[in-house]
Design a protein around this ligand. Structure first.
Ligand code: ADP
Ligand code: MG
Length: 700
């Protein structure tokens, strides 16, 4: 028996080439399924199952079911129609079934003649007059074979790849299972954890999933909510969680400069602000302040809904670094957002005598050189920019704090690379990450287990909630009227064109057409246009004019999603909102409702909406709370959309599925804490098993 204490070889460490029939060619093919070891083979779970454990009487067959049947050939004929085919009628005394073959040779014809007894497996479908099977698997039964045995287990169906057939995989898994039964497989979940969460042992779970007994519920198995699959998903999620915790612990051992400054700059900044901080801003600023005063790198994520005032909190953190003679860098994912931050930081910090540098990919070489000099000699105390900030050539004099806005667009690897950047004799820089995409708590615990999380859960006072309506675009004229009215009353409006067929060119074109159309229909208004294909130098004057109130109606693509702040804008029209996720729509909508005027958002959809799309848009009509919306988005669309999984990379699981397994997440976090405290020796093997070399970043 193998357990955590065992040192004997176990199935998990054996390469697939140890199995019969696996030479270099097969090993190469298996590697395309990410199967390198016997353990990988065991973790290659069936996609679905077939029930070949019993022979179904022909009279009991229903269209749609896959079944094993048995009977005598009554009649067999070749039909010549548009396609030549072999039809064969089977009977067992309870009913009849037609077998239909389009491809057949002489041997088949012989095997399927009248009087032969057959055992078949296939999917039953409704034929013209009877039920039938098209190209069933079949074999002839000898007269002596009264009741040949059926399969003792449900038959697994695996994901295959070219050159690796279903049968091959089945027989390899059979070998893997007997290796596991002989040598065991290491169990890294402590008994008490398994008991608490009611999880079978790894060996039991794998045996069950590859060889479910005839009475196992196919439905539960295929829905993936069987305890055996949950057990594996739990362990995988646990491993991910532990790897992030490990990463965090590793970071915590690095030194970082403690910022215990006198608070003078922060005081001067606050006293010049035209408003006082909300309680939530104060609380989060204090949490950050405490982190920064410690001699280890802060790794904190600040979540705050659009408009909750994250920028001010970021400025306070930056000033704490500057008070201590260090530099702070603020990075945003898009030019436009970075520009907006640059404008804010400069406006707030220039009066305090601080120089703010601007670095983007768009700078001319001479400008860039100048900026690099001022960052390197320390005369620029703050830097704002896009990821251009973190290219090779950029050297800071003394970088103490990195602030990343809109985290969900940066992947975990970029986050890690940034930690490296700027680490020098003073240790690693502190890191503050800000996101406006509220992430439900359990999901945050999984995706960001390497970070501390603060939440700004309060909006500044005086915001008017945005009224949202959902209308078909057949009411476009009415909507245009409404825009005209709002602007004539002195308000401003956005008209947002969403992505067309994933094409920036088409989208820009649509925005241009819309702007021209609206300018024609509303000749007394000034219409501006902004889209992703314009250069920052072209966009900036438009944004400035809109901010200054010189433009009444701004037609835009979703480039205005983040950061734009024009309190006088009180109306937003979003075309084809059904193309966007809820979180993104919520972000867009956050551009209005920033001033004291009644604000509204019109979601103008095109054509007939699906029931699901209706439901999604209704969420926005009913709630303005980013957390509520995120939770609904998670339920309706899954976590990938919410986190931008494509970029985060780390959230690729072999067995777990964040959507399906979200109920496990809270337990996973608890189990992780338990294992770290009481079974620290299990941590490395768990991470190794599920993440392997991908956990290299744990060594950062
Ligand atoms: P976000 O969290 O979306 O980045 P911002 O930092 O851009 O929000 O803040 C949105 C607007 O609210 C800005 O105009 C900002 O100056 C203002 N603001 C921030 N904090 C407060 C506050 N405590 N009281 C009033 N207005 C505030
Ligand atoms: Mg912001």
């Amino acid at each position: 028996m193998s357990g955590p204490e065992s040192t004997t070889p176990s199935a998990d460490s054996v390469p697939v080439t140890a199995l019969k029939g696996v030479g270099p060619t097969m090993a190469e093919r298996l590697s395309r399924l990410e199967i390198l070891t016997v353990q990988d083979l065991l973790f290659h779970l069936p996609l679905r199952y077939q029930d070949r454990t019993r022979v179904v009487p022909l009279g009991a067959l229903r269209a749609g079911m896959a079944a094993t049947v048995q009977g005598e050939v009554q009649y067999s004929e070749i039909k010549f129609g548009r396609r030549r085919m072999l039809l064969c009628t089977l009977s067992d005394g309870t009913g009849i079934l037609v077998l239909r073959f389009f491809h057949f040779g002489g041997a088949q014809k012989a095997a399927l003649t009248k009087g032969r007894r057959l055992r078949c497996f296939g999917e039953v479908r409704q034929g013209v007059n009877t039920l039938e099977m098209v190209h069933p698997e079949y074999r002839s039964l000898e007269p002596s074979d009264e009741a040949p045995p059926v399969e003792p287990y449900l038959t697994p169906v695996y994901r295959t790849t070219e050159g690796v057939h279903q049968q091959t995989l089945r027989s390899l898994v059979t070998q893997a299972l007997s290796l596991m039964e002989r040598d065991g497989i290491r169990e890294w979940l402590p008994e008490e954890v398994r008991l608490e969460f009611d999880l079978p042992s790894l060996r039991e779970a794998l045996r069950f999933l590859h060889r479910p007994p005839p009475d196992a519920s196919l439905e539960r198995l295929e829905a993936g909510d069987h305890p055996a699959r949950r057990r594996l998903a739990f362990e995988e999620l646990l491993a991910h969680h532990l790897s992030l915790r490990k990463l965090r612990a590793t970071m915590q051992r690095h030194p970082a400069p403690p910022f215990d400054g006198d608070g003078d700059l922060r005081q001067r900044f606050l006293s010049r602000l035209p408003f006082s901080l909300t309680a939530a801003q104060r609380r989060v600023a204090e949490e950050i302040g405490r982190d920064l005063a410690r001699p280890h790198p802060m790794q904190r994520l600040v979540q705050g809904d659009v408009g909750s005032g994250k920028t001010v909190v970021a400025v306070l953190a930056a000033l704490q670094a500057v008070e201590n003679g260090f530099q702070a860098a603020v990075m945003a994912p898009t030019e436009l957002l970075a520009e907006q931050h640059y404008a804010n930081f400069r406006q707030w910090l220039t009066p305090l005598g601080l120089e703010v540098a601007w670095l983007s990919g768009q700078l001319k070489p001479a400008e860039r050189k100048e900026v690099l000099v001022r960052l390197a000699d320390g005369s620029a105390r703050l830097a704002v920019g896009t990821h251009a900030l973190f290219q090779e050539a950029v050297r800071f004099h003394r970088l103490g704090l990195v602030i990343i806005d809109e985290q969900h667009r940066f992947g975990v690897h970029q986050r890690l690379a940034l930690r490296e950047k700027g680490s020098g004799e003073d240790g690693h820089p502190h890191q503050l990450i800000m996101t406006a995409t509220p992430i439900p708590r359990t999901l945050a615990m999984t995706a960001y287990a390497d970070l501390d999380v603060s939440v700004i859960d309060e909006l500044p006072p005086g915001r008017t909630p945005v009224t949202t309506v959902v209308v078909p675009d057949s009411r476009r004229e009415e909507v245009i009227e409404r825009v005209g009215r709002a602007c004539r009353e002195g308000r401003q409006a956005y008209w947002v064109c969403t992505l067309v067929e994933e094409s920036e060119v088409l989208t820009a074109q649509a925005a241009e057409d819309t702007a021209a159309l609206l300018a024609g229909k509303l000749p007394d208004l000034t219409v501006g246009l902004i889209h992703g294909r314009m250069k920052p130098q072209e966009r900036e004057p438009v944004m400035r004019a809109f901010k200054a109130g010189e433009i009444d109606l701004l037609v835009a693509t979703t480039v205005i999603e983040v950061g734009v702040d024009v309190p006088n804008a009180s109306l937003m029209i979003i075309e084809n909102p059904e193309r966007l996720g809820l979180a993104q729509l919520h972000q867009l909508r956050g551009r209005v409702g920033r001033g004291s005027h009644e604000s509204s958002c019109v979601l103008m959809y095109h054509g007939a909406l699906s029931e699901a799309a209706h439901q999604r848009l209704a969420v926005l009509r009913e709630s303005c709370d980013g957390f509520v919306i995120a939770q609904r988005d998670l339920e309706l669309r899954g976590p990938g959309e919410l986190l931008g999984t494509r970029q985060t990379g780390m959230l690729r699981f072999r067995i777990a599925d964040l959507q399906r397994d979200r109920g496990l997440l809270a337990g996973v976090a608890r189990a992780a804490a338990r294992i770290l405290a009481d079974h620290p020796r299990h941590v490395a093997p768990l991470v190794e098993r599920w993440i392997g070399e991908r956990s290299q970043y744990g060594g950062v």
